[in-house]
Design a protein around this ligand. Structure first.
Ligand code: BES
Ligand code: ZN
Length: 455
């Protein structure tokens, strides 16, 4: 193992140079105009997988963006790891808030800034370099490895479930490894054993055929912006409790033990509040910040659009109003069931004065693992060696839809070892990845394969 770690340590600069090339491809899955970039990024991913020594590399067509597959299966008798990641990234708007262009990766103060640096190209690339180090130094891997890198995670992994169901036999493995999350805090590496699920909707309201003079017509027809605000205001109460009937029916309550564990984590609400620049924290009454983020469901407005938003004043009654809303879900809520409850409730709270259109978008199931297993212990040892500190165990509020599919369809447990940081601006302007963690992640990943082999 020492030769592998030495190799990694002497190649630090090259890794950053190569990662920059990967980050230069604007693989934004949400925007149709980036279709060609998605293909280019899949090809780049596949070529890199071949370069590091994986075999049978291919781009698998789906109705959406290709899934990139590769494997190395010559460690007879050793366990098989299925490594999963995604090559797609989130949109970059608002572009003017980026200090350097999102697709020209720039290193400043030990961080590499670019869209996808943390989520998830940088973390996928760590594993590519760990694989490369083993192959270059030993000509082999200590485990069997299957790799799938998808291009639709940020839009709900719609086609991945079908890919997995159609390739069940081929994807058999002992454990799934994923690096697509953050550590608990700078200097405190973590293993994540739970993720929230999601269901996402667009609400469109129409009150008239065209925008109207607000003096001539105001007061005699509904204002869709006003109606939308009133509808959204009925989604949750002031204490943060969601008012959709039946919403909490399947929510698994946090156990006393788990709450006690989370309270042991080093945490300051004041610091959290200040870092976020929030005047005061908000959340469901009766729960701590981490309980609210990791173990409780939410209803959020992601975006609103209506009427005149330019400079100055315009007296107008908008014809339409639109909202993008989503709900984060916890075990044992099911996205389909919650989606049905939401639709029924929206229709109920919408007045007859507007035409309502409700469009369901993507989603995913929540996930929670039993983390007392030998794979998690192996990951703990790997992280301890790579970062000089044993990991803490926590859940995360984000979603990775495929994790529950791996569990349900293939019966394979997942180990989530992410090395991003909570303040690395995933999905926001100036996304970045700490290069020391990137490097620690490569070392840890290389050790993880060895630890899983000899667990
Ligand atoms: N990497 C994130 C998920 C994540 C973030 C996990 C932080 C743990 C901690 C992932 O790429 C992501 O953003 N997923 C989407 C999924 C959705 C589009 C179905 C999310 O959570 O919004
Ligand atoms: Zn991600």
């Amino acid at each position: 193992m020492i030769n592998v770690i030495d190799f990694i340590n002497t190649n630090r600069d090259r890794y950053v140079r190569e990662l920059k090339d990967y980050l230069a491809i604007p693989s934004i899955s949400a925007l149709p105009e980036h279709q060609a970039d998605m293909k280019r990024c899949a090809e780049w991913t596949g070529a890199e997988m071949t370069r590091v020594g994986l075999e049978n590399v291919r781009l698998v067509k789906t109705p959406g963006n290709p899934v990139v597959y590769g494997d190395w299966l010559h460690a007879e008798g050793a366990p098989t790891i299925l490594f999963y990641g995604h090559y797609d990234v989130q949109p970059v708007d608002p572009l003017d808030l980026w200090e350097t262009p999102p697709f020209e990766a720039t290193v400043r103060d030990g961080e590499i800034y670019a869209r996808g640096a943390a989520d998830d190209k940088g973390q996928v690339f760590m594993h590519f370099k760990a694989i490369e180090a083993h192959m270059k130094q030993n000509g082999r891997l200590p485990v069997n490895l299957k790799v799938i890198i998808e291009g639709e995670e940020e839009v709900g992994s719609n086609n991945l479930d079908d890919f997995i169901r159609a390739n069940k036999a081929q994807l058999g493995a002992d454990v799934v490894v994923i690096s697509d999350s953050a550590m608990f805090e700078r200097g405190i590496p973590s293993i994540c054993y739970g993720l929230r699920g999601l269901t996402y909707f667009q609400i469109d309201l129409r009150g008239s055929n065209s925008d109207l003079h607000s003096g001539v017509f105001g007061g005699s027809v509904a204002n869709p912006a006003m109606v939308l605000a009133q509808m959204l205001a009925q989604m949750r109460d002031k204490g943060g409790r969601i008012k959709i009937p039946g919403f909490y029916d399947d929510v698994r309550e946090l156990t006393t033990e788990e709450r006690a564990e989370w309270r042991k984590l080093p945490w300051s609400d004041t610091r959290y509040r200040k870092e976020l620049g929030a005047p005061k924290l908000f959340g469901e009454t009766g729960y701590t910040t981490n309980e609210r983020r990791w173990g409780r469901p939410t209803f959020e407005v992601n975006g609103l659009l209506s009427g005149f938003t330019g400079e100055g004043a315009k007296t107008v009654l908008p014809a339409t109003a639109m909202a993008k809303v989503s709900m984060r879900l916890v075990p044992d809520q099911h996205p389909d069931k919650i989606a049905a409850l939401f639709e029924e409730y929206v229709r109920k709270v919408a007045p007859k004065t507007v035409e309502l259109k409700v469009t369901r978008m993507h989603g995913g199931k929540p996930w929670m693992a039993d983390f007392d297993n030998s794979f998690v212990r192996a990951a703990g040892r790997a992280i301890e060696q790579g970062f000089g500190k044993a990991p803490v165990f926590c859940r995360e509020g984000g979603s990775i839809p495929v994790v529950s599919t791996f569990q349900e369809e293939l019966g394979i447990p997942s180990v989530l070892f992410g090395v991003g940081l909570p303040d690395e601006n995933a999905h926001a302007p100036n996304e970045k990845l700490d290069l020391a963690n990137f490097h620690g992640g490569i070392v840890s990943a290389a050790i993880l394969y060895q630890e899983i082999a000899s667990r």
